[in-house]
Design a protein around this ligand. Sequence first.
Ligand code: ADP
Ligand code: ASP
Ligand code: MG
Length: 409
Amino acid sequence: MALVVQKFGGTSVADADRIKNVARRVVERHAEGNQVVVVVSAMGHTTDELLDLASEVATTPHPRELDMLLTAGERISMALCAMAIEERGVPAMSLTGSQAGILTTAQHGQAEIVDIRGDRVRKGLEEGKVVIVAGFQGVDPTSRDVTTLGRGGSDATAVALAAVLGADECEIFTDVDGVYTADPRVVPNARKLPEVSFEEMLELSGAGAGVLMARSVEFGRRYRIPIHVRSSFHDGPGTWVKEDTMEEAIIRGIAHDTDETKVTVHGVPDKPGVAAGLFEPLADAGVNVDMIVQNVSREGVTDISFTVPKASADAARDISARVAEDVGAGGVDIDPDIAKVSLVGAGMKSESGIAAKMFRILSDHGINIEMISTSPIRISCVVRGTDTLEAVRTLHDGFGLGSTGGDDD
Ligand code: ADP
Ligand code: ASP
Ligand code: MG
């Protein structure tokens, strides 16, 4: 008897019919003699709708109350799933993150899972039940307040639960057939990948490929849980995210991210300690700085540009303005109309000329590069937001990543 964790995203539980479809799939796995734990997201766009509601009643909703509100989304889908499974004659029990013993840090909206007790999950399984756990949420054991794990957090719930329960399989059911060479909504001829390494998937997710939350990939890598990303609407294999892949591709895929803002501090005195004086208070405020570029110094002053998530842009602007004033810098500019486009592939480690080819393709299409950053297996360029689609599509073509119309599996 195997233990299977199956996670269903928002589109997969968007209405009553889709919840019945989820119940059908779950009951099938259960009927094969498996123990099944199901993790669900909130129905459809519920999380976005709840966020909109909160912003209608408060300019800066209290983070504790916002988490109280958002966790309600997953509570609705978990109970409906349990009912639909029971309707098919299989005993089922839903649990909130807190009831499932998912313990997190205290940081509302971005809490991290630190431990999973899971006693009630195990007990439910021993009693022959399908156990449905609300994704994206946990509880801070110190305050006993509920917390959320950040957008896309149900993926992290699923893989962390699979690790703690020692599951044989972790399946992430979503609205695409697997992980593609680029977002298939943006690149129509993107190709489904049979497999991706944890290392590559971490870079793709971190660079904006929203199909899997980066933290879920980290759990998969740390606890060696292969993750099967597949369609909740069709059968057939999806993409295996795992330790090693058969083939080491030079470029595995392209990711893009339009969720960052560029901050530039002008005329910063070029002397030791100034960068630390800027980035320390940003770190203290929990602002997650991504790319950083410092320009060549002229006459003892320089410009420092960096990118932050759009959600942290106001905090980054206020802190930068304060530091600029303290050190006698020229001023601060905020530019939200940017996008980051990234090439990812483990084979890049041993291949030269990839960056040059990327820059040439972009320049041939008149796309200006504003910032560049690299890791051993990733090259990212910041471009104008209006150039995003063209940049992704021309790079995808230029590196020959598209499907030729044949079956890739
Ligand atoms: P769920 O609600 O099931 O968690 P998400 O919307 O979070 O679904 O993730 C699935 C979406 O991720 C797809 O609809 C697709 O638009 C997007 N996506 C971005 N990059 C990729 C990629 N490389 N491969 C597949 N999907 C991707
Ligand atoms: N419902 C949450 C979100 O929309 C969590 C998730 O779907 O994974 O981000
Ligand atoms: Mg998701």
